[in-house]
Each structure stands twice: as structure tokens, then as C-alpha cells.
Design a protein around this ligand. Structure first.
Ligand code: CUA
Length: 175
């Protein structure tokens, strides 16, 4: 309840520059609203949506099997594992390490299964800035075709405890 009633019909449609700005804002809202779904389907930035439920212990077992049968070396105590082109590779996030080091070939496609042994981690692949949530209980499948050779650093960008800042890893892509 107000002290004074507005007199008569107080509404005046926008005119002049007010009309222009309202129009611009509305046009931009429409552009953004259309761009979001369009870019979702057209952009190359979208990760695939394949996820399976998995018990952490079962996933660790698969990682260990993968490491055992494809191990080609070691770096700072972490096994380097060469994945079969066109095949499956496994990457485990755990306090506080990405395990193992993956070795891939340029222009070959891989299904990289990512999961966590303990709690939430954030897989961040640098310098391409690809970010994926890694949750225990879920096997997330990244279908990846590396287009550049080189070494890619993995860090964790989801706070996961005292060793979070030390949680690193590596993907090596060969020509
Ligand atoms: Cu793992 Cu932060």
C-alpha cells in the first residue's frame, strides 16, 4: 500500500534512447539464448557424455590390469603405459596423483576411462585447458583423438585435501 495512488494511467512506453537500449538488450538476450544450444552441438569443446557406474575397487582392478599388460617404462616411480590405438585406456585419480602416465599416438582415437579411487577430483589437461569432473563410483569415458604431439600436464583443479596442489600427472602424445 502506498501513500499516494499513481495518477491515472502512469505507464509510458519507452521512447528515444530508452527504447534503443531496451531493444539492444533484448536483441542480445536472444542472440545469447540461441548461441548456447547452437554451440553445444556445433562446438568442438564438448566432452562426450558416456558414463558408467563402477565400484572404485573394480575400477582400480581394471587400471592395474591395464598397467600390467601395457607398461612400457617408468618416470619418477610412476609407470608409463602405452594404450592400444583405437582401444581403451585407464586413468585413475587418487589422493594425490593421476595414475598412470599415458602414452598415446597422434591422430589415433582412444577411449580413456577416468574415475576416482577416493573422492572428487578435477582433471585438468594443460595447456589445452580441458576440464573434467572425476567422481568415485563413475567411469567417465573421454573419447579423445590427440591432434598435437607433445607432453600434456595433468593437474587437479578440485580441492581434494592437503596434497591437492601436488596432484599432477602426464599424458605423452607421440608423432
Ligand atoms: Cu585431486 Cu585436488
Amino acid at each position: 500500500m502506498s501513500i499516494f495512488h499513481p495518477t491515472g494511467n502512469w505507464y509510458r512506453p519507452p521512447t528515444g534512447s530508452e527504447r534503443l537500449w531496451v531493444g539492444l538488450a533484448l536483441a542480445w538476450c536472444l542472440v545469447m539464448s540461441i548461441t548456447m544450444p547452437w554451440w553445444h552441438f556445433q562446438g568442438k569443446q564438448n566432452a562426450p557424455q558416456t558414463t558408467y557406474e563402477v565400484e572404485p575397487a573394480a575400477f582400480i582392478e581394471r587400471v592395474n590390469q591395464f598397467v600390467q599388460s601395457n607398461r612400457v617404462g617408468e618416470m619418477n616411480g610412476v609407470p608409463i603405459v602405452e594404450a592400444e590405438p583405437g582401444g581403451d585406456a585407464y586413468l585413475l585419480g587418487q589422493m594425490w596423483q593421476w595414475y598412470p602416465i599415458l602414452k598415446l599416438k597422434k591422430d589415433q582415437t582412444y577411449r580413456i576411462h577416468v574415475s576416482s579411487a577416493d573422492l572428487n577430483h578435477g582433471l585438468s589437461i594443460l595447456p589445452i585447458n580441458m576440464n573434467i569432473h572425476v567422481l568415485p563410483g563413475y567411469d567417465y569415458v573421454m573419447e579423445i583423438t590427440p591432434t598435437t604431439a607433445g607432453e600434456f600436464t595433468l593437474i587437479c583443479n578440485e580441492f581434494c585435501g592437503i596434497g591437492h596442489h601436488r596432484m599432477t600427472g602426464k599424458i605423452i602424445v607421440e608423432e
